[in-house]
Structures are given as structure tokens and as C-alpha cells.
Design a binder for this molecule. Structure first.
Ligand code: HEM
Length: 154
């Protein structure tokens, strides 16, 4: 059996949870359940934040892991990773604005932005899981270098 790294497995699980809760929240508002929608979307935001905190903590203290697969596909992995990071950044910004406009009752804007946020976040989650699989499951992860080690040089 492949042994999976703990922190990336936990943080990827949080992305999946936030995408699932967001899908539930979307369904709830389609059924006009406003209170339920608010609670579920807030939970989706908390899951996304949990992912981010774990991911960043690992990046600073343990490090990022390089791709351990074949050299000739490394470039495709890197392009895919950049695509995922771009989606995740966009998703985080849209998510924050969606939560804000929801809480502030700016609903005309919120209604237009909400579906875009959900779709961007679904793709963030799918590509995030793909990155995780490529990095740790399909291939063995490469070297891990921490930001602190990289900065301080030990
Ligand atoms: C990441 C967070 C959120 C996302 C992605 C999101 C997404 C959505 C979506 C997709 C819709 C349906 C738009 C439509 O098809 O008409 C919607 C509507 C709505 N959302 Fe959110 N939402 C979020 C957070 C919130 C929060 C925190 C609140 C309340 C505090 C809220 C309150 C509402 C209300 C009241 C509507 C109904 C608007 C209307 O029908 O006039 N949302 N949201």
C-alpha cells in the first residue's frame, strides 16, 4: 500500500469538503432555503480557510514537494499546477466577495457572482485533487524543501 503524506491528504480533503458544501448551498438557494444557504456557504468558507491554513503552514515549516514523475511530463505537470493555483486564487477572491455580498445583502450583485464562484471553486477542487494524485499517488513525490530552510539556508 502507498503511504500518503498526512498534511496534504488532510488539506486536499478540506478542498473536497468545501466543494461539496458549496454544491449543497447552491441547491438550497435554488429551493429558496435562504437561512440554510447562508449557513452552508459559511461552512464552505470555513473548510476552504482550513485548507488554506494547513497548506500555508506546511509550505512555511515543512515545504513544497517537487514532482517526482518522469522528466518528460514534468512541464505538463508544472503548467497544470500553475492553472490550478490561478483558479484557486481566483476562487478565494470570488468566495470572499460572495460571502461579503451575501452578508451585506447586496443581492443583485451576489446573484450574478454566486454561480461563477461555485463553478470556479468546483474546478479548483477537481484540479487540486488531480495535483494531489499526480504528486503523491500516481508517482512518488520528489524533494521537499521548506521555505524557512530555503531562506535560512540550512
Ligand atoms: C461563498 C459563498 C457563497 C456563494 C458561492 C453563494 C452562491 C449563491 C448562488 C449560486 C446563488 C443563486 C443565484 C441565482 O441563481 O439566482 C445565491 C443566492 C443567494 N445568496 Fe448566496 N452564496 C454565498 C454566500 C451567501 C451568504 C453568506 C449569504 C447570506 C448571508 C447568502 C445569501 C444569498 C441570498 C439571500 C440569495 C438569494 C438571492 C435572491 O434570490 O434574490 N449567500 N448565492
Amino acid at each position: 500500500m502507498v503511504s500518503l503524506p498526512i498534511l496534504p491528504t488532510i488539506s486536499t480533503s478540506f478542498i473536497i469538503l468545501s466543494a461539496i458544501t458549496m454544491a449543497i448551498g447552491w441547491r438550497q438557494i435554488k429551493q429558496k432555503k435562504r437561512e440554510a444557504h447562508k449557513k452552508t456557504m459559511t461552512l464552505a468558507g470555513i473548510f476552504a480557510l482550513a485548507f488554506f491554513i494547513i497548506y500555508e503552514t506546511r509550505t512555511v515549516f515543512i515545504g513544497n514537494t517537487s514532482f517526482g514523475g518522469p522528466e518528460n511530463i514534468k512541464i505538463y505537470y508544472t503548467i497544470f499546477l500553475i492553472f490550478h493555483i490561478t483558479l484557486a486564487t481566483l476562487g478565494a477572491i470570488l468566495g470572499a466577495i460572495s460571502l461579503y455580498t451575501g452578508y451585506k445583502n447586496k443581492l443583485a450583485f451576489h446573484r450574478r457572482l454566486g454561480p461563477i464562484t461555485c463553478i470556479v471553486w468546483f474546478f479548483t477542487a477537481i484540479t487540486g485533487v488531480a495535483v494531489y494524485l499526480l504528486l503523491y499517488v500516481f508517482y512518488r513525490g520528489g524533494q521537499t524543501t521548506s521555505m524557512i530552510k530555503a531562506i535560512l539556508g540550512f
